[in-house]
Design a protein around this ligand. Structure first.
Ligand SMILES: [Zn+2]
Length: 245
């Protein structure tokens, strides 16, 4: 009986805390509990998603909340060289539910926290490329590893690829977080995080078919690689924090 009482009380306490949090939603000062195009540091996006789940439910939370959450395939952050740039990868689920009209697609956001910089793309590859334009402005000139060279085996990078990269890549481009570019078949052109010898991306050479942006994205700017018009559900810019780009 005592145990049942304890369990019952614990349950009620959780529910009370939730009701409390719902009642004081106006005091929430973190990142929005809905979709936003504004810049927020990664930990604020993490907190907002966790708070949305606390208030509502973790079940189907990606599609229901439309908030930014960590990309399932890239849960951790990446640091470049002497920590001057970082990449934190989030996705926002705006695709329509089955049988419904939806607000948009599956969006990808890459954030560089030291620079308060972010890029949002309707295509994950485009957002990744925008981040490389920001963090590695010369990456489009890197040598493309030809498809004749097998880059990976089950055990990671092959000896042949490692030797080819060491010989052909500029020494200043062989730093933590730096990418490699590989020639791909018509399919399998997704950029893959963590597959360069230095923990950076293995970029598909198909990225080079797209023109480079005219200007290097500046500090504190939002790079949009979205089709126009922007998806409905985009929150208006937050007053007091303006973004160029
Ligand atoms: Zn940066």
């Amino acid at each position: 009986m005592a145990d049942r009482m304890g369990g019952q009380m614990a349950f009620d306490f959780d529910e009370l805390a939730r009701e409390d949090a719902r009642a004081s939603l106006g005091e929430w000062s973190g990142a929005p509990l809905h979709f936003t195009m504004d810049y927020y540091p990664p930990h604020e996006l993490d907190e907002a998603f966790a708070h949305w789940c606390f208030l509502n439910t973790r079940f189907d939370s990606y599609a229901s909340s439309h908030t930014w959450h960590r990309a399932i395939s890239i849960p951790g952050d990446m640091t470049v060289g002497g920590r001057e740039h970082t990449a934190s990868t989030f996705t926002a689920e705006l695709r329509p539910r089955v049988g419904q009209e939806g607000p948009g697609g599956l969006l990808t956001q890459l954030i560089c926290e030291p620079c308060e910089w972010h890029a949002i793309g309707a295509d994950e590859n485009h957002a990744v490329e925008a981040w490389h334009d920001h963090a590695f402005p010369g990456w489009r000139q890197l040598p493309v590893i030809p498809s004749q060279i097998r880059v990976r085996s089950e055990r990671g990078l092959t000896k042949l690829a490692t030797a080819w990269i060491a010989e052909h890549y500029p020494i200043e481009a062989q730093v933590p977080g730096a990418p490699i570019i590989t020639e791909r078949a018509p399919h399998g052109t997704r950029h893959v995080a963590g597959y360069s010898p230095w923990g950076g991306y293995d970029l598909s050479a198909t990225a080079l078919d797209r023109p480079a942006p005219a200007t290097t994205p500046a500090r504190r700017s939002l790079t949009r690689v979205l089709p126009e018009p922007l998806p409905p559900g985009s929150a208006p810019a937050r007053p007091g924090r303006t973004l160029g780009g």
